[in-house]
Design a protein around this ligand. Sequence first.
Ligand SMILES: O=P(O)(O)O[C@H]1O[C@H](CO)[C@@H](O)[C@H]1O
Ligand SMILES: Nc1nc2[nH]cnc2c(=O)[nH]1
Length: 247
Amino acid sequence: MRIVAFNYRDIPNFPQSTVHGHAGRLVFGTLKGRPCVCMQGRFHLYEGYPIQKITMPMRIFKLLGVETVILTNAAGGLNQDYKVGDIMIIKDHLNMPGFAGNNPLAGPNEERFGVRFPCMSDAYDRELQQLALDVGLELGFSDFLREGVYCVLGGPSFETIAECRMLHKLGADAVGMSTVHEVIVARHCGMRVFALSLITNKAVMDYDSEEKANHEEVLQTGKQRAEQLERLVSTIITRLEHNNNFA
Ligand SMILES: O=P(O)(O)O[C@H]1O[C@H](CO)[C@@H](O)[C@H]1O
Ligand SMILES: Nc1nc2[nH]cnc2c(=O)[nH]1
């Protein structure tokens, strides 16, 4: 397979990755015969970037002709049934920075990308969610494949126990610091979205617990599940081709 990779620092006006574990490269190639562009490292509010800069790659992808976006993230599990290593298909989100007015679409609307008031009740493509469940079943991943609601916070501090309890009561199954902003911009310009979270750690919900969230555990769980995640995503992409529903 031939790939062409660009370091973010060599792309004019592109933000730079500052997070340990995010390589900072844009990789073009084919996955099972399908042309793809892949971000090795994304951007976050906690890095100090304006939310429009974080989501700029989505608009670049739209202009490049991308039609389907697959987003992955590491997240803390709030749902008490979840285990570390579970893969959660995101069916919906809670946008906490958005509640506080920090939405990537704030400011003048770019009509060439989409409408002023985009709908978000269909943000996560239901056909792609079903496809992921089917593929997961075939691959024997059902024991660790879940569906749930992802909540984004600004970070970089992990949550307090009271915050975790509150987010769980509000309906969140997993919590993280990314993805939602990109989803909003991708949907605004009409790209199809599929997203999943790897549950890298259990959110601490109990004052008696000795556990502490930490980035090393996040990276370690990511490495442990990397191979299965890759198989899941690449098989989904193959099926998009077969179903002829590569929107
Ligand atoms: O959402 P991604 O970037 O996958 O990673 C998650 O894990 C990091 C914290 O360990 C934060 O960046 C958080 O957002
Ligand atoms: N906010 C948040 N982000 C994460 N990313 C990976 N784990 C977590 C977590 O527990 N909380």
